[in-house]
Design a protein around this ligand. Structure first.
Ligand SMILES: Cc1cc2nc3c(=O)[nH]c(=O)nc-3n(C[C@H](O)[C@H](O)[C@H](O)COP(=O)(O)OP(=O)(O)OC[C@H]3O[C@@H](n4cnc5c(N)ncnc54)[C@H](O)[C@@H]3O)c2cc1C
Length: 306
């Protein structure tokens, strides 16, 4: 069987579960606007099809990568092997009690924040402006302004890459600062436990948080949020700035002049440019302060062949 026939067969098998795009550039699906092609980008029609889709990928022997809104990802220039699962169509929000919302994993987090505010539910204001999806926020334990997802999450439904369907309470997700440690797999939905609040107060706090972002972050230039995690008791941005790395460049990748922990794509930066720049920054901070910065942004995919 020729390679192209084999690829066609794989695409046909995956298409039973949703839309399939072959060789889809992931630069179209990441906030940095960087990333080589996915062999197969698959968008399931509903969460119910996800277990079957993962079983299909296992039987085809292709690797699986999960994409939320691509706002915490650096996808390498050689793209991603196998199936990249995009959950944008799995996007319903349902109230299952006066203070409890269930959101499917593809719900954009800003929409969930607005939805909760409309229902006068408090607890999610910290997340105003975090541009990912519910699934990505769970995996990353997204947080800001002293709040984090773990404080409002009750449990998730997920399917592991081996096919086990699990309901896991937040205590079993191993959530810490911008990390989680539950089994590899797809978060299908998450249950949020909120509290009744004063609508005016919710609006005031949300607007203040959004205003602070606009003032301090390079919101108009493609980026992936904070590139490095804050080391214990300090701020990555402070260390990077004091190490003199602000506005360092590598191709079109630049350390933002507005917020030193943001690397921005000012034009046609490659993933290689961003990785090289990030490594230079990390090395400089290590040299100057003896502190090793850990990446918050996740790097996936293969290097581009020369
Ligand atoms: C301008 C800007 C500001 C930001 N501000 C913040 C901030 O204040 N606080 C903060 O915490 N983050 C921030 N971020 C980073 C990012 O938005 C968060 O980490 C977000 O939660 C990532 O969600 P995503 O859907 O984009 O995930 P992606 O970037 O697509 O993926 C991130 C990780 O989650 C996994 N994942 C995604 N969906 C699922 C799923 N359904 N099941 C299992 N795994 C999944 C992916 O495989 C990957 O490992 C910011 C980013 C930008 C661009």
């Amino acid at each position: 069987m020729s390679a192209s026939t084999q690829r066609g067969n794989i695409a046909d098998a995956l298409a039973v579960f949703g839309e399939v795009k072959e060789h889809e550039p992931l630069a179209r699906h990441t906030s940095l606007r960087i990333g080589g092609p996915a062999d197969y980008l698959v968008s399931p029609r509903t969460v119910r099809t996800i277990p079957g889709l993962l079983a299909c990928a296992r039987s085809l022997g292709i690797p699986v990568t999960i994409l939320g809104n691509g706002t915490n990802l650096l996808v390498r220039d050689g793209g991603v092997e196998g199936m990249v699962l995009r959950l944008a169509r799995c996007n319903s929000i349902t109230a299952i009690g006066p203070d409890t919302l269930v959101a499917e994993s593809g719900v954009p987090f800003p929409r969930l924040v607005r939805d909760a505010a409309r229902r006068s539910l408090t607890g999610l204001e910290f997340a105003a402006g975090i541009p990912g999806t519910v699934g990505g926020a769970v995996r990353m334990n997204a947080g800001a302004h002293g709040g984090e997802l773990a404080n409002v999450l009750e449990c998730i439904d997920m399917v592991t890459l081996h096919g086990d369907i699990l309901t896991l309470p937040v205590e079993r997700l191993g959530m810490g600062y911008r990390k989680s440690s539950f089994p590899e797999g797809v978060v299908m939905s998450a249950v949020f436990s909120l509290r009744p609040g004063d609508p005016q107060e919710i609006r005031k706090v949300t607007e203040a948080n959004l205003e602070k972002r606009d003032r301090t972050q390079p919101v108009l230039t493609p980026n992936a949020g904070s590139f490095f995690k804050n080391p214990e008791g300090d701020y990555a941005a402070r260390l990077i700035e004091e190490a003199g790395c602000k506005e360092w460049e590598e191709g079109d990748a630049v350390v933002s002049g507005r917020h030193a922990n943001f690397i921005v794509n000012t034009g046609k930066a490659s993933a290689h440019d961003v990785e090289t720049l990030a490594n230079r920054v990390r090395d400089r901070v290590m040299q100057k302060f003896g502190i090793e910065l850990e990446r918050e942004v996740r790097v996936i995919g293969r290097e581009k062949k020369a």
